[in-house]
Design a protein. Structure first.
Length: 575
């Protein structure tokens, strides 16, 4: 088996060595496939470099509107013997993705020992896609549960990518971006593959899930969603990678304010449709023993705004601070319910745990709702070691009288006092311990050691403060903004948002930062949302877990918009 594998390789290597030894130089060959593609498709450029001379990687030059991605390299080499020079044969693969139609000449050159070896000229033709080209195109759809939303209400948002069954979609890609200036949009999870009865059987839906809440009342647009994906589509007997830049539909959402009329005192901003359940343990105890109470609140709505329900008992119970726990779905990482845990201590005998009350606004009923738990029966017995009334032994029916404060100690026969009689004389004659020289000598050694340790710690800390302070110095915003502007247009999204995140860090360090923004002011609210989006993009590109995330160049419009936001920060700080 090994012999069969080695023989063809040796023959090919010898043939290559013979051909190259005759020329003793580097040769270059290129292949473009296909030479004509519609917009949205990709072409593959292969550059083959072979020979025995020193060379560098090929340089591919084409119109900037065509994105170039470096693919895998295929290498073959043969070590020279004696005077024969080592031979090599390397094929470099590049993926070309055009963004507009036209004729795009391709120039390939290989630097060889101070000179440039040019390949034969090629041209990539990009045309508008035909109906045949679009038959494998996916499409994007944005949907919400309902078109009417209240301030403070949180509803599910879904962005679904529909991919044809005879194509292949790699779900490990970036999440969609949804436009919505008047909404707070949480991070997307997914995609989740599911069946959707509203679509044709020729498509497979991949759903990205999130939640939205509104910032102000009125009629606002949500969307469109933008999403870039790569799909393997049939191309003859093979499959071809095709990049799609998709734009979804827009939604019109009516946002209403919560009515002030009839608002209960116990309302704390919770909006949705909720349920509440109370559990208590133990149910058989004595006065003074604790009862653990768990309140589970589920349903749909803004669970973030839900606070601990109100305990209705005014007296007879001691309550401790509550703790809040989120119950999250492991698969979707969405909070499904809350559990509030609290400890109650009965101060007397009771037959039940008093109810809790929870008030919220129900958008479906368009009214305030107050939930009240059912009383939990308990059996609370009196404390067996609780203090009892003193009884006079001479008159059992009459309570004994405690001595007054002025009663002489000698007359208190039932109270054991400090003895001052002759039996305590020996004890009184002893020297107090604090007056003994031996005591103070024994204490001086550890005190001296402690003083030395404190002195050493203070000296070390003093010597290390200056470098630590210097290390914590953060450059001003104008310096970091200049670094961001100097990034070349083709820089990756990860590098761009790293530099943008540094600008925000400088702004917060040298000013009041986010604390100076008032969410109730429209301008501040818009700026707060923009800064949050920059941070979210930075976190995604750095912590998404994919090495490919953020490798592509940042879009020109996103670059310009981010630079304007940060420039406004600088001008506001200078003013």
């Amino acid at each position: 088996m090994k012999i069969r594998t080695i023989i063809p390789t040796v023959i090919l290597a010898l043939a290559l060595g013979t051909a190259m030894s005759a020329f003793g130089e580097v040769q270059i060959g290129t292949r473009l496939s296909p030479e004509e593609i519609p917009t949205g498709s990709r072409a593959q450029l292969q550059v083959r470099v072979a020979g025995s001379g020193k060379h560098s990687k090929p340089v591919v030059k084409i119109d900037p509107s065509v994105r170039i991605e470096t693919g895998q390299e295929q290498r073959f080499s043969l070590q020279g013997f004696g005077s024969r020079r080592s031979q090599f044969d390397i094929t470099f693969i590049y993926i070309l993705t055009p963004t507009k139609t036209g004729q795009f000449p391709i120039k390939v050159e290989v630097p060889v020992e101070g000179d440039a070896l040019l390949a034969d000229p090629m041209t990539l033709t990009v045309r508008e896609p035909t109906a045949e080209d679009r038959k494998y195109d996916p499409f994007l759809k944005v949907s919400v549960d309902k078109p009417i939303l209240y301030i403070g209400e949180s509803i599910p948002l879904e962005v679904t990518l529909f991919v044809q069954k005879n194509t292949r979609y790699d779900a490990r890609q970036n999440a969609p971006i949804v436009e919505g200036d008047n909404f707070i949009i949480d991070s997307f999870t997914g995609p989740w593959q599911s069946r959707n009865p509203d679509t044709s059987q020729n498509y497979v839906p991949y759903t990205y899930k999130s939640t939205i809440s509104a910032l102000k009342p009125g009629v606002h647009k949500l969307g469109p969603a933008e999403f870039e994906c790569i799909v393997r589509v049939p191309a003859g007997y093979n499959r071809q990678l095709k990049r799609f830049s998709l734009t979804s539909n827009e939604l019109e959402i009516t946002v209403k304010d919560i009515p002030r009329k009839g608002r209960p005192e116990g309302f704390n901003g919770a909006v949705g449709s909720f349920t509440m359940k109370l559990e208590a343990d133990p149910l058989d105890l004595t006065v003074g023993e604790p009862i653990s109470v768990n309140l589970n609140i589920g349903g749909t709505g803004n669970l973030d705004a839900v606070q601990m329900p109100v305990f209705t008992a005014k007296s007879g119970w001691k309550k401790y601070p509550s703790k809040k726990y989120e119950n999250t779905d492991r698969r979707t990482r969405v909070v499904e319910s809350l559990t509030f845990s609290q400890v109650l201590v009965p101060l007397g005998e009771h037959a039940e745990v008093p109810p809790y009350e929870f008030t919220f606004f129900d958008p479906d009923k368009e009214d305030y709702v107050t939930l009240r738990t059912e009383p939990v029966p308990v059996r609370i017995q009196p404390d067996p070691i609780a203090p009892r009334t003193l009884v006079n032994p001479e008159s059992p029916g009459v309570a004994a009288k405690l001595p007054d404060a002025d009663t002489p100690i000698e007359s208190m026969e039932d109270i054991l006092t400090i003895r001052f009689d002759e039996q305590a004389a020996d004890f009184k004659a002893q020297t107090p311990l604090y007056r003994s020289p031996i005591f103070w000598a024994a204490q001086s050694a550890p005190l001296a050691a402690l003083a030395g340790i404190l002195l050493l710690f203070i000296r070390r800390k003093g010597s290390g403060d200056a470098p630590a302070e210097k290390a914590r110095e953060i450059p001003p915003l104008e310096d970091r903004l200049e670094i961001l502007r100097d990034l070349p247009p083709g820089s990756s999204a990860r590098d761009f948002y790293d530099a943008a995140h540094d600008c925000i860090e400088s702004w917060e360090h040298h000013s009041d930062g986010m604390s100076s923004l008032d969410p109730d002011v429209p301008e501040d609210r818009s700026l707060l949302r923009d800064l949050t989006e920059i941070r979210q993009r930075h976190d995604y590109f750095n912590y998404a877990g994919s090495e490919k995330a953020g490798n592509e160049p940042v879009a020109a419009e996103k670059r310009d918009a981010t630079l304007k936001i940060l420039a406004d920060l600088q001008s506001s700080g200078e003013s």
